[in-house]
Design a protein. Structure first.
Length: 126
């Protein structure tokens, strides 16, 4: 009888231990899933914010260009997505040829390359 009691206690203890281990593993899996969901939500929010920012910048550039046109100037504004920067171009009135661009094309290309290099060095893309 006592052997049966001892054996049943051992079984109960092992079942309780297995249940405890399983619940700990389940908690870890749940925490990992929660962290993944949070990361996905924040990345989707970042994408939405970036899209909203791009739209706002595009609207601002269009308004600036409309204002410059009403002032009868040959100055146009633009936005370079690759370097996330605005630029100004001065054009010739008759031909529409670009006289000067600020910052210059070379500087914009250098900035783009620097961003790529920083992304490679620090293992992230911006």
């Amino acid at each position: 009888m006592e052997i049966f009691k001892a054996a049943s206690q051992q079984i109960d203890n092992s079942v309780a231990l297995n249940t405890k281990q399983n619940s700990n593993q389940t908690r870890e899996v749940e925490q990992t899933k929660i962290q993944q969901n949070v990361a996905q939500e924040s990345s989707s929010q970042n994408r939405n914010n970036n899209e909203q920012d791009s739209k706002r910048i595009s609207d601002i550039v269009n308004k600036l260009n409309d204002n410059m046109q009403t002032l009868n100037t040959n100055i146009r504004f633009g936005f370079n997505d690759k370097i996330s920067s605005m630029y100004v171009s001065v054009t010739e009135a008759d031909s529409g040829k670009v006289i000067r661009k600020i910052p210059t094309e070379e500087i914009m290309k250098l900035t783009e390359h620097f961003k790529e290099i920083v992304g490679v060095i620090f293992d992230k893309k911006e």
